[in-house]
Design a binder for this molecule. Structure first.
Ligand SMILES: [Zn+2]
Length: 329
């Protein structure tokens, strides 16, 4: 093969890839649209605003994707209702689709699409079953919170869902999965993969995060859409902020010099928004700083509906940094 042919083949391979990647973006938008349509339909039937359905659905989808004891999602909706809850614990048929016998055995499954059967694998039936549970308590925020607590029996699950409610209500879209690098790329900074190594500062615990070294006052930015879940002082982390995103991931920023104006618990943030600045706070009572070189400690934690664990942020930081570099070109 001569060089021109080789070049042509490479070019073909390269360009052949482009429509595919933009097609998957289109597919994702199509899925968002279909989900919004379903949530809006449910809002019209029940008078419960669509973003409650969106929030419960997204909470459950994120849980399912990291749990091995729950079957993977198959439909448009991520909500999983256990067969014994759907059909009723004493129902001999855990795959019961008869609304009447389900009701007799104390199950919650109902028919949402009007075909006469209550199918636990049908998106509309599942969503209407959840809506029906909420309707038992009432339409307003406090009653919905109560309904959620009775269903999940876990404060954390309720607060994660309510955080998503606020995010969806604020932005009016399901498309909240964009990211930014925590430090503006034009600043001087450096970081490397230190996952699992001994902590640089204090304690013998494994280092749960990535340290991004940068000068005092370098802006620190939110890396995702999210809700400020925690803000304040901790003896080790100094001034720190925790932000919960739409996928149940918690983004932790520590050793800050200070916080940006208006950043407070419950506030909705978006990728790239300045939340504070790099410092060296920590390892003492509030206000202690300067015991180590200034850097941002960045950690990521995932909630799976039962517990929360940390995972390595380094590959994500690399990918967000690369993404921003590409967008700037
Ligand atoms: Zn660190």
């Amino acid at each position: 093969m001569n060089r021109l042919v080789v070049f042509g083949l490479i070019a073909l391979l390269f360009f052949a890839n482009v429509p595919e990647s933009s097609a998957s973006e289109t597919d994702q938008q199509k899925i968002y649209q279909e989900r919004i349509d379903l949530f809006s339909k449910m809002e019209a039937i029940t008078q419960i605003p669509w973003y409650y359905f969106a929030a419960i659905d997204q909470y459950e989808r994120s849980v399912r994707r990291v749990r091995k004891d729950i079957p993977k999602e198959t439909g448009l909706i991520g909500i999983y209702i256990k067969p014994e809850i759907w059909s009723g614990a004493i129902n001999p048929d855990l795959s019961d689709t008869n609304p009447l016998s389900i009701q007799i055995f104390g199950g919650i499954g109902v028919d949402g699409n009007g075909d006469g059967i209550a199918d636990q694998t049908n998106d509309e039936d599942v969503l209407y079953t959840i809506a029906n549970h909420l309707l038992d308590y009432g339409f307003d925020r406090d009653n919905i919170k109560l309904a959620l607590w009775d269903y999940y029996k876990r404060d954390k699950s309720v607060s994660l869902i309510m955080g998503k409610v606020k995010m969806y209500e604020t932005y009016g879209t399901l498309d909240l999965d964009k990211h930014a690098f925590p430090v503006p790329l034009r600043y001087n900074y450096s970081y490397k993969n230190t996952w699992g190594s001994a902590r640089g500062w204090g304690g013998r615990r494994m280092h749960e995060g990535t340290d991004i070294f940068a000068g005092y006052g370098t802006p620190v930015r939110a890396t995702s859409y999210g809700i400020v879940e925690m803000k304040g002082w901790n003896r080790f982390g100094g001034w720190r902020i925790g932000i919960r995103d739409i996928n149940n991931t918690y983004h932790y920023f520590a050793h800050l010099n200070g916080f940006a104006d208006g950043i407070k618990v419950g506030r909705v943030v978006e990728p790239g928004m300045i939340i504070g600045s790099v410092g060296s706070s920590g390892y003492g009572p509030p206000g202690t700083s300067g015991k180590f070189p200034p850097h941002l400690h960045y950690g990521m934690y995932k909630d799976n509906g039962k517990t929360e664990w940390s995972f390595d942020p380094f590959p994500h930081l690399k990918s967000w940094e690369r993404g921003e570099r590409q967008r700037r070109k």
